[in-house]
Design a protein around this ligand. Structure first.
Ligand SMILES: [Zn+2]
Length: 172
């Protein structure tokens, strides 16, 4: 079953994900799988498109893979309010080389979503939680954090990707 995390420049990562219409057993399975893959990969957040599922589902656990005690599930999450500006470095399980770069994000956000029972809820988040929510919701809109970095940094990064693909091809 080992579902892999898709890596940039996989085209799937640039697709806009579809809203979840109904909470089904399949959706619950997907969420369980996403949590497992997130923990295995030592991430604190994962969006469904990262494992090739084009639906608006996000899991976050800021307690990390060691504790695994604060799993939060966001179905159809939407940012309804954003305030302030904060620049911090970010990485992503879908971005190769463990690449990290500074990304400008809102400092606090209010997110509206549904839980696994289909109940609507709102959370106010700040700091890492706010950053993580914005990062994962970006995935649902086909955006990666490298879409927020400067053009120069991005072209250097893309150069690195091209080079590694070339090396791989030569090795095959
Ligand atoms: Zn990511």
């Amino acid at each position: 079953m080992a579902r892999q995390i898709l890596k940039y420049p996989h085209p799937f990562l640039c697709e806009k994900a579809y809203p979840v219409e109904e909470i089904t057993p399949d959706l619950k399975d997907l969420v369980a799988k996403m949590a497992e893959i997130m923990y295995d990969s030592e991430g604190v957040g994962l969006a469904a498109p990262q494992i090739g599922q084009c639906s608006r589902v996000v899991v976050i656990d800021l307690s990390g893979p060691e504790k695994r005690e604060a799993l939060q599930v966001f179905i159809n999450p939407e940012i309804v309010r954003a305030d302030g500006v904060e620049v911090k470095d970010e990485g992503c399980l879908s971005v190769p080389f463990g690449y990290r770069a500074d990304v400008k994000r809102a400092q606090t956000v209010t997110v509206r979503a549904q839980d696994l029972e289909g109940n609507e809820f709102e959370v106010e988040a700040e700091g890492l939680f706010a950053r993580c929510l914005q990062h994962e919701i970006d995935h649902l809109n086909g955006k990666l954090f490298i879409d927020h970095i400067s053009r120069l940094k991005r072209s250097l990064f893309d150069g690195r990707i091209k080079k590694s693909r070339r090396l791989k091809k030569d090795a095959d």
